[in-house]
Design a protein around this ligand. Structure first.
Ligand code: UDX
Length: 438
């Protein structure tokens, strides 16, 4: 089929490349000419494992192209995806839909034969109705449908999440649109991927409900971890003990410094706004938003306590800046809250992150960026693991102990278990495992 993907961010670029890899002809569009030039040179503006090879393979096979002017491609397309950003609107926290609506206005006159216009961006319930109204108003004689097809891609695992999804969700208002999307996703039917077909607003809400529930799960285990610290329990064993109940499941029960990223913070807030406006506030989600914001600050307190009550004049080595491993994305990363707070209290920061230091540098001041983990530890008093990159999982702890002046090792991702710490002089602390001190 002929597919147009409007927006070449984390979602649009991965989705476009994967649809091309299914054998469709995909034209990715972006109104940023520099970005399109970069992509046409085979350079990928984001770090996503495997994406560069996927893009190279499909551009070489002439199934994937990048343009700034969508007119021709839209006129020929069976499906046009809107995959532009829906950031949190400054001030009121609603999802900012101005880019989505601008695309709807731009593409309306370009539509020719029957086309399905699909919102892939995460959009509040009712956005599809608005997009339909906009296009209908500008192209009253054109045959089209508007559908919803939310993505559930995790950064760092986006290609496998796209190709082997737990389910595909489509929200449609006509059988014709449903058939087009079933044909589009037919390559997935080969491995019986369930397709959940709903009407549009249900599909839009499924996306928010999914992300909000995952955020609730994380907020829950984070608070249980704090309780474990007080009552002498082990949060990882609690997570195992509850997660083996298949009604709960073992995933997303890892205690950490609070969730970040471009989705959970934005989507929980947007859902909260939608629900409050509808007169049915999602008070549990509201509580998790507050709990998560507070947690990032609470981590500063933990670091101060682990450093003996003050970080003034101390050099703290921060291992990991990105909001999670296998990405360079710094959006809403805990480091963005924790590092400035430590600096305010007089700490000097050395930081290392395998991928996000260039991105991070736009967000921080007066940080010394290290060459690798050990270089980061060199000359520091204490070390904090903020992101669980694989390369931080098997550090030579004897060497870590020798490098850290105060031998304070704060593991905010519970990477280390305990046995590795024996024999070192490290003063180890983590989340919800008070028995593990090194
Ligand atoms: C998320 C959803 O998983 C994905 O389905 C949706 O499409 C986009 O948002 P992403 O934000 O890329 O994906 O990352 P994810 O792996 O979900 O982690 C989100 C945050 O939760 C990260 O900050 C991560 O560190 C944190 N997290 C995740 C935990 O603290 N504990 C966990 O057990 C899992």
């Amino acid at each position: 089929m002929r597919v147009v993907m409007i927006g070449t961010g984390y979602v649009g670029l991965v989705s476009g490349a994967c649809f091309a890899d299914f054998g469709h002809h995909v034209t990715c569009v972006d109104n940023n000419p520099e970005k399109i030039e970069l992509l046409n040179r085979g350079e990928i503006p984001i770090f996503e494992p495997g994406l560069d090879e996927l893009v190279a393979k499909n551009t070489a096979a002439d199934r994937l192209k990048f343009v700034t002017d969508p007119a021709w491609a839209v006129g020929e397309a069976d499906v046009v995806f809107i995959a532009v950003g829906t950031p949190t609107r400054r001030g009121d926290g609603h999802a900012d839909l101005k880019y989505v609506y601008a695309v709807a206005e731009e593409l309306a006159p370009m539509l020719r034969d029957y086309t399905v216009v699909v919102t892939k961006s995460t959009v509040p319930v009712g956005t599809g109705d608005e997009v339909e109204t906009i296009i209908r108003g500008l192209a009253p004689d054109t045959e089209f449908d508007v559908a919803s097809n939310p993505e559930f891609l995790r950064e760092g695992a986006a290609i496998s999440d796209f190709k082997r999804p737990d389910r595909v969700v489509v929200g449609v208002e006509s059988d014709r649109a449903e058939q087009v999307l079933r044909t589009l996703y037919r390559p997935l039917n080969l491995n019986e991927t369930p397709m959940v077909v709903t009407e549009r607003s249900t599909s839009e809400l499924i996306k928010y409900a999914a992300n909000a529930f995952l955020a609730v799960k994380i907020g829950f285990i984070n608070e249980i971890a704090d309780l474990c610290d007080q009552v002498g329990a082990n949060v990882q064993q609690v997570a195992t003990g509850i997660g083996l109940d298949n009604r709960i499941g073992t995933k997303f029960l890892h205690a950490g410094p609070g969730y970040g990223g471009s989705c959970f913070p934005k989507d929980t807030l947007a859902l909260s706004k939608t629900a409050t406006k509808a007169g049915t506030p999602v008070t549990i989600v509201d509580a998790v938003i507050a709990s998560n914001d507070q947690r990032k600050l609470a981590m500063v307190e933990r670091i101060i306590t682990a450093c003996g009550g003050s970080v003034d004049g101390k050099t703290i080595a921060v291992l990991g800046l990105a909001f999670k491993p296998n990405t360079d994305d710094m959006r809403a990363a805990p480091s963005l809250v924790i590092i400035p707070e430590l600096q305010k209290l007089g700490a000097k920061i050395r930081a290392y992150d395998p991928e996000s230091m260039a991105e991070a540098n736009k967000n921080f001041e007066n940080i010394v960026y290290a060459e690798d983990a050990y270089d980061c530890l060199e000359g520091s008093h204490a070390a904090v693991i903020l992101t669980e990159w694989d390369q931080f999982r098997a550090l030579d702890l004897e060497r870590v102990s020798k490098l850290l002046k105060d031998k304070v090792f704060i593991d905010l991702r519970n990477i280390y278990r305990g046995e590795e710490l024996a024999g070192t002089e490290l003063v180890y602390s983590s989340l919800g495992r008070p028995g593990l001190t090194g």
